[in-house]
Design a protein around this ligand. Structure first.
Ligand SMILES: Nc1ncnc2c1ncn2[C@@H]1O[C@H](COP(=O)(O)OP(=O)(O)OP(=O)(O)O)[C@@H](O)[C@H]1O
Length: 308
């Protein structure tokens, strides 16, 4: 559904995107993660056909984004980073206009409007002029405009940027629903969003894709994967009890909440063993967890390696 082959784009001396190759199928939600300036927006603009690549090709649902731009855009819902909707219309009139511009037949347009108004809670702002909307409301209206025609491909550039926690949940639920029949590529800076929504993650840095894996595989690369953590009043006694225990390779204590992390060698979970040892040595502890891994750590490591 989304295909990119060797996309490149330079702005003067800056190589913003350098050989971007990616394929996303219907039913997938792929997170595009990267530090500021990694090239995410530039790559998305080329995919959407809004920016001509210096080299490479992009296609949306089989249509070349540049040479068959109209056909490609009909099948695309694109939410740009800064969606420009400076209009005097009310939200309702603006979205009616978008439905007409998309060529939706009347009955379908009514259904589509009902769906986005309900899904994104737009009723309270239906009669507010678009130009006076708050940042979060403007973002939701822009998203409504991008997805209203239920396209098979969605390119969403930071879709929940500027939204409050309730709105974020709503937007994420809508993206999940839309992904059942669409291919979704979304950039984000929010790790919790990736973990809750995106089974696959692409990490970009310096214009290039550095990692493209399932999010689970990335979590397994984290040094926290299979670490055992707990809270102990007497953390020194806890460390002493576990020091030298077979497989234990190190400790780390969180400076903020005091949680102790015990790192273990190998891929076998050792929480049972650790719990038994603490009980045997009569060291009280609470809230023991087997850690799954940290995406922020894998992200930081990948970016640091790209910059080295
Ligand atoms: N129109 C432009 N003219 C000149 N330089 C540009 C232009 N657009 C992007 N760049 C540069 O290209 C690089 C990649 O920018 P891009 O916006 O694609 O990154 P990004 O990963 O989306 O960043 P962010 O997370 O901050 O949105 C940056 O160095 C940026 O300054």
């Amino acid at each position: 559904m989304i295909q990119a082959q060797g996309l490149c784009k330079a702005f003067a001396a800056i190589q913003a995107v350098d050989g971007f190759t990616l394929q996303v199928e219907r039913g997938e939600i792929v997170a595009l993660l990267g530090p500021n300036g990694a090239g995410k927006t530039t790559a998305m603009r080329m995919l959407a056909g809004f920016l001509r690549p210096d080299a490479g090709q992009a296609a949306i649902a089989g249509f070349d984004s540049m040479r068959q731009g109209l056909d490609a855009r009909r099948r695309l819902g694109y939410l740009p980073e800064h969606a420009p909707i400076y209009r005097e219309d009310t939200v309702l009139d603006y979205l009616r206009f978008v439905a007409r511009a998309r060529g939706l037949p009347r009955a379908e347009a009514v259904q589509a409007l009902e769906a986005v108004f309900a899904g994104l809670s737009l009723n309270a702002i239906a009669y507010q002029p678009v130009a006076t909307l708050s940042k979060g409301s403007a973002r939701r209206v822009a998203l409504a405009a991008a997805v209203m025609h239920r396209p098979p491909v969605l390119l969403l550039d930071e879709p929940t940027d500027g939204l409050d926690p309730i709105q974020k949940q709503q937007v994420r639920a809508m993206i999940l629903e839309l992904s059942k029949q669409s291919a979704v590529l979304m950039s984000t800076h929010q790790i919790d969003e990736v973990l809750s929504l995106c089974p696959r993650t692409v990490i970009m840095a310096g214009g290039r894709i550095r990692l493209d894996r399932t999010t689970d595989e990335l979590l397994q690369q984290s040094r926290y994967h299979n670490a055992v953590s707990f809270v102990a009043q007497e953390s020194i006694a806890a460390r002493a009890a576990l020091e030298g225990l077979s497989g234990v390779s190190g400790f780390e204590q969180n400076a903020v909440d005091g949680r102790l992390y015990v790192f273990v060698q190998g891929s076998k979970p050792q929480n049972q063993l650790i719990a038994e040892r603490l009980a045997h040595r009569q060291v009280p502890y609470q809230d023991m967890r087997l850690e799954y891994g940290r995406l922020d750590e894998v992200f930081a490591k990948t970016v640091a390696e790209a910059r080295a």
